[in-house]
Design a protein around this ligand. Sequence first.
Ligand SMILES: Nc1nc2c(ncn2[C@@H]2O[C@H](COP(=O)(O)OP(=O)(O)OP(=O)(O)O)[C@@H](O)[C@H]2O)c(=O)[nH]1
Ligand SMILES: [Zn+2]
Length: 340
Amino acid sequence: MSRRRGGIHSDDHAGFDRPRRRTRPRTKERPDYSDAPVGLVVTVDRGRYRCLLLDDAYEPTEVSLTATKARPLGRKSVIVGDRVRLDGDVSGVEGTLARIVEVLERTTVLRRTADDDDPFERPIVANADQLVIVTALADPPPRTGMIDRVLVAGYDAGLDPLLCLTKADLASPDELVAAYAPLGVPIVVTEPGSDLTRLRQLLSDRSSVFLGHSGVGKSTLVNALIPGADRSTSHVNEVTGRGRHTSTSAIALQLPDGDGWVIDTPGVRSFGLSHVTPADVLKAFPDLVEFTDDCPRGCAHDDEAVECGLDNAWRDGNVPRARVESFRRMVSARKLPYEA
Ligand SMILES: Nc1nc2c(ncn2[C@@H]2O[C@H](COP(=O)(O)OP(=O)(O)OP(=O)(O)O)[C@@H](O)[C@H]2O)c(=O)[nH]1
Ligand SMILES: [Zn+2]
């Protein structure tokens, strides 16, 4: 039996039966879903996609539904943050299933490539614009290699980074603040009961991915930002200093008053970056770009680079040396072991 195109909501739209498709060959006709309702994927669980139905302005409605991926999408990934066209039952009534028939164009994709733990390239989150790197100042101790690598992934994806240093009641943030200030990354320091006004301002009206090792206090932070989010928090293992992996899937949560989105991700253990080139990192340092014009062809702009224009730039006083060194640290971070 052939299925009507467009989904149940299409009947409301004028022009549903426009004759334009008649001009195309009748064989291999594919349904036209351009009027089908749009949903936002908020979490994924074993092939089931939890979506919020969006209105015509792509603002979330009250309707939340579960969908599967339609077969024609094949191996195309559907990830948290995706906007998708839906067919079938979009009532959201318990027990009903909609079908995702199309993934709308993504503005950004945060992804990681293969690493020792996981041989597949994985897109993680779509359409975010900010990457919040959550790091504890102690328990577990901060790992700058991890911070650098997550920064690089964010630069590559075109996300603005934000560093959130938690557990300031246990250790001083001074060293890390000094290390990351030259990168121009906004830094927020938190401890139990701290005022989150500045963090709220930085998250306002944006879609922010929270990334960090298990146990750094990500869920604690999300719960404080979003009353009722009910993200389960874990206790750090006394022996290993690491948290249990209590969260299993990324989830998009709306900030109070619709003031943006937080995408909480499971505690990451590894982060392959083999897809990122020095040129990708350079894009995040627009103030340095002009000085690389005279570099030798294929210059990696790193510590070993010969006649790199960035060396002339700081020697001539055109940019601070710390800025060039920060950029180079990011370029090298692509090759660091994750847990460095
Ligand atoms: N001392 C101190 N402990 C904190 C702070 N923030 C969170 N914790 C504790 O650290 C532990 C881990 O916090 P979670 O919020 O579960 O950490 P998480 O990053 O969400 O961990 P996963 O869910 O495993 O990814 C919990 O026992 C929290 O109570 C803080 O600012 N200071
Ligand atoms: Zn160079």
